[in-house]
Write a protein that binds this ligand. Structure first.
Ligand code: PLP
Length: 374
């Protein structure tokens, strides 16, 4: 019996389909690391760092253990820590603000632009105090943050910029790789990210050789050579197996990004003239669609999600509680009215299945099911 659309399963991401498409290459790369026993550091890590720095359009890449550490280490490498405030967006994964706290600084939240769900650049300056040292724009969902005004504000107030690009590998802003527009940019290679390892991994990329050197020291117990610790750091290293896998996958990333973008374009074309609000791209950017996030009537979101589930379609919510309203930040004493746009987004965003291998039939099934429950 043919699989009818009614029975089509659409996972939220499909890591198995991707592994199947590159299995021979990945298995050979893993075998190579096992044969050399180069488990920490080694040639695969060095080569990946060089290749990823080039991909990001900057001179330096420091591989670390995960994307959260990448942000914390980048901030420390820029001299940011205790007594300092760091501005970031009210809508993100907690890792962004958690990393600011890990560095010893305090996160200060700014409401979001309702069109992109990224930081509202017109509300940054009102949050700057004498203690502010940096801005951490998040390129959420793979949509570049509005970097020109952010750079202008940072320049005028003497602030550093550390980009959270955990969801934005390959994104461009006005034709520039986003990593060229910040003091340091941080990536996560968590398996589900656009460039995903087969475990935890992350990286800091920067054009500044001194920042790279300091980040490398902090990530490796504060040392350069074996026992010359000039300060305390942390243990946050990229391992050889992950680097070898990432090298294989980096060679496919542009193709996968184009597939994500064409899946997004298909959704956007087919969801015109429905009550859902579709993703908005700033002018002249290349968004990389880690997530395809629509906004639905808040009162009906749970019912829509449940109905899609019944049709075999898995969806997500990114994120159901805005960062300032999480229990973890109760001590900051924020009221719901402080971040009206982030609050609204947390109630009505819905992430549709998005991954490079999503088939036309799967995308059509998502669209038809969504249309029929609206
Ligand atoms: C995934 C993610 C991180 C953290 O990355 P990990 O590798 O899981 O530590 C940080 N910020 C954002 C926006 C993310 O999506």
């Amino acid at each position: 019996m043919p699989i009818t659309e009614k029975h089509l399963h659409v996972p939220f991401v499909d890591l198995q389909a991707q592994y199947a498409s590159i299995k021979t290459e990945v298995d050979a790369a893993i075998a190579d690391v096992l044969n050399r026993t180069s488990f920490i550091g080694g040639p695969q890590v060095k080569s990946f760092e060089e290749e990823f720095a080039r991909y990001c359009g900057v001179g330096h890449c420091v591989g670390v253990a995960n994307g959260t550490d990448a942000i914390a280490i980048a901030l420390r490498a820029l001299g940011i820590g205790a007594g300092h405030e760091v501005i970031t967006a009210a809508n993100s994964f907690i890792a962004t603000s958690e990393a600011i706290t890990m560095a010893g600084a305090s996160p200060v939240f700014v409401d979001i632009d309702p069109r992109t769900c990224n930081i509202d650049v017109s509300r940054i300056e009102e949050k700057i105090t004498a203690a502010t040292r940096a801005i951490v724009p998040v390129h959420l969902y793979g949509q570049p943050a509005d970097m020109d005004p952010i750079r202008d504000i940072a320049f005028r107030h003497g602030l550093r910029i550390v980009g959270d690009a955990a969801q934005a590998h390959g994104a461009l802003y006005r034709q520039q790789p986003i990593a060229t527009l910040a003091d340091a940019t941080c990536y996560s290679f968590y398996p589900g990210k656009n460039l995903g390892a087969y475990g935890d991994a992350g990286a800091i990329v920067t054009a500044d050789a001194d920042v790279a050197t300091r980040a490398r020291m902090i990530a490796n117990h504060g040392r350069i050579a074996k026992y010359d610790h000039t300060m305390e750091g942390v243990n946050s290293r990229l391992d050889g197996l992950q680097a070898a896998i990432l090298r294989v996958k980096l060679a496919h990333l542009e193709r996968w990004t184009e597939a994500r973008r064409s899946n997004a374009a298909r959704y956007t074309a087919l969801l015109q003239e429905t009550p859902v609000t579709l993703p908005y791209e700033l002018p002249d950017v290349r968004a990389v669609y880690h997530l395809y996030v629509v906004r639905v009537p808040a009162a009906r979101r749970d019912a829509i999600q449940a109905s899609l589930k019944t049709s075999g379609i898995e969806t997500g919510i990114h994120y159901p509680i805005a960062l300032p309203h999480l229990e973890a930040y109760r001590h900051l004493g924020h009221a719901p009215a402080d971040f009206p746009e982030a609050l609204r987004a947390s109630g009505d965003v819905l992430s549709l299945p998005m991954f490079p291998e999503l088939s036309g039939a799967q995308a059509d099934h998502v669209v038809n099911s969504l249309r029929s429950c609206l």
